[in-house]
Design a protein around this ligand. Structure first.
Ligand code: ADP
Length: 489
């Protein structure tokens, strides 16, 4: 990584607890690698239960004073943090691409998108309204207020190492909660850089705490966050499997939970669609972040009469995609995050081919490095294949064929997941019919980019609980208090 003074200032190799930069108690560390080159970038503390408990205690101690500030005062610090993130976008983007692999342009978009959440919640901080309810007793009045829930424990994934953090920290802090966050082991540096900017913004010690640990330590840190009674809410983004574990573990102390878990997004192309737009949408939805987003198109359903046309247009576009390290000019597909990710993608392609799918383009890793997988298009997909059931999390577009709208909706809903769905049509009645029948938390109609700070992000079924971003997302960090005031004569 090019070491300018700016990068040096934000490249941290310590965790952040109670306003201090900390090593692990036993000085243990784990390495962070650049997935494009395999080179070690730096190392960060490998922490465990004790350090997590210390961070929770710091957050609990900071909570009363933080919640007691005027909303406007909290908002001011959040706005400062927002401005610092925007001012440092180039450095943050370079750091993000170096540890995560995505093209620099996507890293920049992620940082700015994430900073939009900070700005949005800085504004919302002042609008945590309650209610007065017409009374049921002549001498009493009913008041409903929203209060911060308390200390939040958060765990985030590696695919959006910056935006998944800002969308949790900023609503929590806006309403007056404090937070202990564990970033993904593959990408802790973006989290620590955000903490460094938060420190500059002037959040009091203990309000934001970042605890780092490797994959093994993640289970211990997760267990500590979910079992400590001082933590009142868990917010997790990641796999359905780990989400279920955290949900089970949170049961004993009855914590409020928000889970943003796996998806298996259908992307439906009706014969009524504008095919050029549908191809554009499929490219964005399928190949952004090399297919490593939870709202990625995972199953592409194309109506019989336009199937071949759509397939050949998609292949033409995919052929032109430039693959390489995210810092290189014009690259649109970077490396996958790690060997585990590549293995899954390879397994999905092999399984599909074994069961009758044909490779129209791609299908293998590239010579330039073990984590580079070609953007791939498969046709003749069937329900018997792994891609039907599992999120590929890689650059593989599998095309399924359908004949009727009824069949498309049935196939789209035939999964335990329910995060995002997309479809393309120019038929207005079809747009309403299909949207209403899709069992998903988010639906893109002739649109492939869903995430924005102003709209509720989240899923149904095993894709999760709760919403992030928007006025709905902030409510998840509050509890309602009903006060009955009597004796008013
Ligand atoms: P992925 O398979 O894409 O890495 P995970 O759900 O495993 O997705 O990881 C998402 C986040 O959950 C990461 O920060 C990871 O360290 C963390 N994690 C993994 N296992 C556990 C666990 N048992 N308890 C708490 N967090 C965990």
């Amino acid at each position: 990584m090019k070491m300018t003074q700016a990068t040096q200032a934000l490249l941290k190799d310590k965790a952040y607890i109670n306003g201090q930069w900390h090593d692990a108690n036993d000085k243990a560390v784990f390495a962070v690698y650049n997935p494009a080159t395999g080179e070690k970038i730096t190392q960060v503390p490998n922490m465990g239960a004790d350090e997590t408990a210390k961070a929770i205690a710091a957050a609990a101690q900071a909570f009363p004073a933080w919640r007691a500030l005027l909303a406007k005062e909290r908002s001011k610090i959040l706005k400062k943090w927002h401005q610092l993130i925007v001012d440092n976008v180039e450095t943050l983007a370079l750091l993000l691409t170096t540890e995560q692999g995505k093209p620099l342009a996507e890293a920049r978009a992620e940082i700015l998108g994430g900073s939009n959440s900070v700005e949005w919640f800085a504004e919302e901080a002042k609008r945590i309204y309650g209610d007065t309810i017409p009374t049921h007793k002549a001498d009493a009045r009913i008041i409903v207020t929203r209060e911060p829930i308390g200390v939040v424990g958060a765990v985030t994934p590696w695919n959006f190492p910056s935006a998944m953090i800002t969308r949790k920290i900023s609503p929590a802090l806006a309403v007056g909660c404090t937070i202990v966050l564990k970033p993904a082991e593959d990408t802790p540096l973006s989290a620590l850089a955000l903490a460094a900017l938060a420190e500059q913004a002037g959040f009091p010690p203990g309000v934001i705490n970042i605890v780092t640990g490797d994959r093994k330590a993640a289970a211990t840190i997760g267990k500590t966050l979910t079992s400590d009674p001082a933590v009142r809410k868990i917010s997790f983004t990641g796999s359905t499997e780990v989400g279920k574990t955290l949900m089970r573990q949170s049961a004993d102390t009855v914590k409020k939970i928000s889970l943003e878990l796996g998806g298996n997004a259908p992307f439906i192309v009706f014969e009524s669609a504008d095919l050029d737009k549908a191809v554009d949408g499929a490219i964005i939805s399928k190949f952004r972040n090399a297919g490593q987003t939870c709202i990625c198109a995972n199953r592409i359903f194309v109506q019989d009469s336009v199937y071949d046309d759509f397939a050949s247009r998609l292949v033409e576009r995919v052929k032109k995609m430039k693959i390489g390290a995210g810092i290189e000019d014009g690259v649109v597909i970077g490396p996958l995050i790690n060997e585990r990710g590549v293995e899954k993608v390879r397994r999905h392609v092999e399984d599909a081919v074994k069961k009758g799918a044909k490779i129209l383009f791609g299908g293998k890793t590239l010579e330039r490095g073990p984590l580079f997988f070609e953007p791939t298009v498969l046709r003749d997909m069937t329900d018997a294949m792994a891609i039907k059931e599992e999120e590929t999390f890689g650059p593989v577009a599998g095309l399924f064929r359908f004949r009727t709208e009824e069949e498309a909706v049935r196939m789209a809903n035939d999964t335990q997941y329910g995060l995002a769905a997309y479809f393309y049509t120019r038929d207005l009645a079809q747009a309403f019919r299909v949207s209403e029948r899709l069992e998903y938390g988010m639906v893109g109609i002739n649109e492939a980019l869903l995430a924005t700070e102003v709209a509720p992000f989240g899923g149904v079924k095993e894709s999760g609980i709760g919403r992030e971003n928007s006025k709905y997302g902030i409510e998840d960090y509050t509890e309602l208090k009903y006060s009955l005031v009597g004796g008013i004569q």
